[in-house]
Design a protein around this ligand. Sequence first.
Ligand SMILES: *Cc1c(COP(=O)(O)O)cnc(C)c1O
Length: 250
Amino acid sequence: MTEPLNPSPVDPADTRTAELAGRLAVVGNRIQAAMSSAGKQAAAPRLIVITKFHPAADIRRLADLGVRDVGENRDQEAAAKAVELADCGLTWHFVGQVQTKKAKSVARYAAAVHSVDRPQLVDALAKAIAVEQAGSGRADLECFIQVGLDEDAAEGRGGAAPAVVPHLADQVAAAAGLRLAGVMAVAPLGVDPEAAFEKLARVSAELVAQHPDAGAISAGMSQDLEAAIKFGATHLRIGSDILGTRPALG
Ligand SMILES: *Cc1c(COP(=O)(O)O)cnc(C)c1O
């Protein structure tokens, strides 16, 4: 056992914890308001707090405040934090571009990858999960297919073109150890987020017609969570409105 005899939880009275609690409450209220103005009766979407560039101490504070889902976009940073915070019972979501050679590492700590965007990555993740499952018996990896919503910039903010989503979906669904969750997108810059998320909802509906259990929609960031909820987001990825501006690291 390497656990300290006297684990020191974050002092709930420290000012940073109070600040995070206040920001979490504001975001929670925005989510509730968006749900009611969209007339949604369903359960509130799952809130994933995107903690990239913020220190592990902040993630520990969030865990103490009841946050269960956190997201990161760089493997090196995420892997280190997941080890350091292994006692927090967090669910780790990977939301950034995954280099194929990083699949093995991501498979060690991530419960979900929101950025599955090409066949080679599906293969790499399937191989990596097979190794992990043989070793640790971990659960299947939830996969969201990232959809590129940029009209002309196929290379833009990442994501597969809507036309190739069915092919990727079949590939994920057929891979042992991967579970097809649904779709994910980042609203393109300079585009009305409602139009973008409406398009994503159509891609999702087509996917669900083929894969009825793949109804998850990962959409909505600090600036556009209301639009995402209006168009059926089941998972929100909120960073700066909870943690504040990201420190200017790499
Ligand atoms: C950083 C990031 C977010 C969070 O963005 P905020 O604007 O800080 O809320 C969500 N999704 C992805 C893919 C990200 O990289």
